[in-house]
Write a protein that binds this ligand. Structure first.
Ligand code: GLA
Length: 792
């Protein structure tokens, strides 16, 4: 481990002064220490630092997810937990918000984060991308790449590579000087992220490797992948590590297939998981986490706990899981160190476990104390600024334009046009990314929702021409799979069809950009807030002044509000949504001040009570499905009465290994049904971690536009066994038939709507991961593929 400043060996009293100096002058390492150049290598059996074995005990922390004022506090917790290294992604879209404009300030000051880590006695593993994933907006990729209509991200598309090289060069300029070989803490650097999940092109990885070498990185370069994709895109000149949440022996055995000798490392080991809006809060299996961690420590393997401290995805940082499951702004992740930097029982258990595996002479520092926390009594919002009264000049065009085409990164767009007088008619759009509210002459009449592919609203009869508004909110670009090509806004054509009449296309759009940036907020015109009833369905900004004697951390209580964003003294805290599971937003104490604090809440739906209050504890596990305007009910699908002969029938092997099945002959259809008939454990449950469909050529089909058309049973109460988990690309979560309130018997059917007729030549079934006794591992099953399994 980087030798922490020599002050460590002195008694506590004497530590204070020099430590304070260190705190205040983070960059200045004590003389003789900073220049200590180190050699980090991949040895025959273990990592070597200056020729001596080093077991990397690492934990992941994302600097932009922690207020910079608290970086040192969190890194001290990581150290006190028994770790000797911190792993950090860089999010390209944070560091290059516009082409060629770089940002390394504030939350983006990655160099400062690394230096503080070094001062706190931690090595650093750097993961610069270009793609990261991480439940971060577009996986870290910059939205402006999507201005090229046909760009192919994460490939050797010359436009992608050119932008990537420029970015990685800049990363090298700023961070290469912090490599261990130059006196800094950076041990090794990751190339891309889980590329095997996305592609198989080793030349692409080669281009990135060359770019990083060209940018000045001389420490080892490595690549991470889940065990089933270690060979995809593999290159012998990139050290491989394997990511997994359970079964270290199985994962390391898979790693040994491509790495016969050399240190074993788990690049991401999950103590918990992330949350998405509308699905139950995730809690990790602590017992299994400790058992597997203990096993890795014993076998001398290296590992990185993902996440050691999740923090908060402030601002517009949240991404979405595919097909479209928007991530919550809390990234607590049920990590050992909680969102607000509190130690947890999992922290204490991890620390105790690590204490048994320290090097001779190595000691664990005490964890720093918890930061003070306060509650804030309710304060009524004093002012409001309705969105419709604060519209900017519109951009006009025949067809609706996406945010990218409107040169807008985040926020909302109001799409306005005129509809003629006429009878009741169905308004239909090709797609809304991501949530649309439909207004007729200013009155909200319906919602459009990407999560369930609900893109139709019935307009009532109109005696005269009316103003049609679609207020479309972008909820963070998908961060995984081909779906990262996620252009936001309204996707035309937009049509109107009176019952029994042909549809006509609506044109002549006026588009008001609502980027929700500081310029927009500064330009809002506020009036006194309504004291009587809050006008329903009125999207508006609400402003409140909260006076504090002693500012400290707190958790804003958003339960009286609907859906939107919060700003505290100009800091964008991120997104909230009353469907949960997250109901509070963490407010870092340093962002509050003694005296008056300005709180601005944009509520796109309209609050129950426009009242601002804060709690001294978070609420991250309160689902309120009844408030979900689109997902309360999974649309009842009318199924064909008889599915006829199956396209395939078979039996899956027991265990957790991915299984590929080729159909006797390719079959065409829009709907794909997997019908599970029994499970290996004889219990009435079916589960799928991941289901991939293959084309006639045996290659995975793109999941773009897929939705779950029907599922007979899914656990959505006691845990997140939602059907979409089977097609989100993540093997750590899974669809599971109900087991809480009821335990329906077999058969269990999962029917996917592929969005269009596709040719299916096979499938890949990833069983529920975990120990041998997990439920839901499917034995016999049948497959049906047709255009009419689900009737219109
Ligand atoms: C993957 C990615 C991470 C993160 C986790 C889930 O393994 O590499 O960035 O998305 O899944 O939290």
């Amino acid at each position: 481990m980087p030798v922490k400043s020599p002050v460590r060996r002195l008694s506590l009293g004497k530590i204070a002064a020099p430590l304070l100096a260190l705190l205040l002058a983070p960059a200045a390492l004590p003389a003789g220490e900073a220049a200590a150049l180190h050699r980090f290598e991949i040895g025959q059996h273990e990592f070597l630092l200056d020729g001596k074995p080093l077991q990397i005990r690492c934990g992941e922390v994302h600097a932009p997810r922690v207020p910079p004022e608290y970086w040192r506090h969190r890194l001290r917790l990581v150290k006190a937990m028994g770790l000797n290294t911190v792993c950090a992604y860089l999010f390209w879209n944070l560091h290059e918000p516009r082409p060629g404009e770089f940002n390394w300030a504030g939350a983006a000051d990655a160099a400062l984060f690394c230096r503080i880590a070094q001062e706190e006695g931690l090595w650093v593993i750097l993961r610069p991308g270009p793609y990261a994933c991480a439940e971060w907006e577009m996986g870290g990729l910059p939205w402006w790449l999507l201005k090229h209509d046909d760009i192919r991200l994460r490939t050797r598309d010359p436009r992608f590579l050119e932008a990537t090289r420029r970015y990685l060069n800049e990363v090298g300029r700023v961070l290469a000087p912090l490599q261990v070989s130059r006196g800094g803490p950076i041990l090794m650097v990751q190339v891309e992220n889980e590329y095997g999940f996305f592609g198989k092109d080793p030349e692409y990885m080669g281009e990135l490797r060359a770019a990083l070498l060209g940018a000045g990185f001389e420490v080892p370069l490595f690549a991470c992948n889940p065990k089933d994709h270690l060979k995809d895109g593999y290159r012998a000149d990139l050290f491989p590590v394997v990511n997994f949440g359970s079964d270290p022996r199985g994962a390391f055995a898979a790693l040994r297939e491509i790495l016969p000798t050399g240190p074993l490392m788990c690049g991401e080991f999950y103590p918990g998981w992330f949350d998405t809006w509308g699905a139950p809060h995730h809690l990790g299996n602590t017992e299994r986490y400790l058992t597997d961690l203990g096993a890795m420590l014993k076998m001398g393997a290296s590992f990185s706990i993902y996440m050691a401290h999740g923090g908060t995805t402030f601002g517009f940082g949240t991404g979405a899981d595919r097909p479209f499951k928007p991530d919550t702004s809390s990234y607590d992740y049920d990590a050992p160190i909680s969102e607000a930097g509190w130690t947890t029982p999992k922290f204490d258990l991890t620390r105790a476990l690590m204490a048994k595996h320290l090097l001779p002479g190595e000691t664990l520092p005490e964890p720093p104390p918890r930061n003070p926390v306060i509650a804030i009594a309710p304060v009524a919002a004093a002012e409001w600024a309705p969105v419709f009264a604060n519209l900017p000049t519109a951009v006009t065009a025949a067809e609706p334009r996406t945010l990218e085409q409107l040169d807008q990164a985040h926020g909302c767009v109001l799409y306005r046009t005129t509809v003629p007088a006429g009878p009741e008619a169905t308004l239909a759009v090709a797609a809304v990314h991501d949530v649309g509210q439909v207004f007729l002459d200013g009155r909200r009449i319906g919602f459009m929702d990407r999560r369930s592919g609900a893109y139709r609203v019935v307009l009532p009869a109109r005696a005269q021409a009316a103003t049609l508004d679609l207020l479309v909110e972008a909820m963070g670009r998908v961060n995984f799979g081909v779906e990262v090509h996620d252009r936001k806004g309204l996707h035309g054509p937009v049509t109107l069809a009176p019952a029994g009449q042909p549809a006509t296309q609506l044109e002549g759009w006026r588009m008001c950009r609502l980027p929700l940036d500081s310029d927009m907020l500064a330009g809002l015109r506020y009036d006194a807030a309504p004291t009587q009833a809050v006008p329903a369905g009125q999207p508006a900004f609400w402003r409140t002044t909260v006076t504090l004697a002693q500012p400290a951390d707190c958790f804003l209580d958003l339960r009286p509000w609907g859906k939107g964003y919060v700003w505290v003294n100009g800091h964008n805290l991120g997104r909230y949504w009353n469907i949960g599971p997250q109901q509070t937003m963490y407010v870092p104490g340093p962002w509050l001040k003694a005296g008056d604090n300005e709180i601005v809440i944009l509520d796109l739906l309209g609050p129950k009570r426009p009242v601002v209050a804060a709690l001294d504890r978070p609420i991250l596990d309160e689902l309120r499905p009844a408030l979900d305007f689109a997902r309360t009910k999974r649309r009842e699908a009318k199924l064909r009465s008889d599915f006829g002969a199956p396209a395939h029938a078979g039996s899956f092997a027991a265990g957790s290994t991915l299984q590929t099945v080729r159909l006797d002959r390719p079959v065409r259809g829009r709907f794909f049904c997997l019908e599970a008939l029994e499970a290996h454990d004889g219990k009435p449950f079916a589960a799928i971690a991941e289901l991939t469909l293959l084309g006639a050529d045996g290659e995975p089909l793109s999941t773009e536009g897929w939705t779950v058309a029907h599922v007979d049973s899914e656990e959505r109460g006691v845990a997140d066994g939602t059907a979409e988990n089977a097609i989100d690309g993540q093997t750590a979560n899974f669809w599971h038939s109900e087991w809480g309130a009821a335990q329906p018997a077999f058969p269990h059917r999962l029917i996917l709507d592929l969005g269009a007729t596709r040719t299916v030549g096979g499938l890949r079934y990833t069983p529920r991961q975990g120990a041998d006794d997990v439920t839901g591992r499917i034995k016999s099953y049948r497959v049906f593929i047709a255009d009419d399994l689900v009737l219109p």
